[in-house]
Design a protein around this ligand. Sequence first.
Ligand code: THU
Length: 136
Amino acid sequence: MMNKKELMTHAKKATAYAYIPYSKFKVGAAILTKDNRVFYGANIENVAYSSTMCAERAAIYHAYMSGVKKKDIHAIAIIADLPDVVAPCGECRQVMSEMLNLDTKVYLGNYKGKIKETTVGKLLPNGFDSLAKKLK
Ligand code: THU
């Protein structure tokens, strides 16, 4: 199983696919499955700004569209060029809390090599999940 540093290197590579004409701010993400497959995501912006897709969600949807299920996912790494590690937006925390297990590892990084390890559940304590649970 690859380590968090190696997965972060993949997240950095994913930034090459960012479409960022408005913010010029690249974000990359990489999902690692338990069977060692990696799925990339990068932020894809839009002139209607709210239609922008963040890197984390792009990676999650990429994995799901390749047949990956939440039980198959080991970790997600997210990176941006910031003084400290990147902090996922609220919308991504909400999506992560439904599409990934709450104990799935989240590695937050920056280009200087700093990596903070957390989990989906820690990033969104007490998240809204009642309807999703009811539908199961
Ligand atoms: N962005 C992400 O892709 N992920 C984050 O965690 C934070 C924000 C993107 C959205 C937008 O394209 C750009 O960063 C500036 O907000």
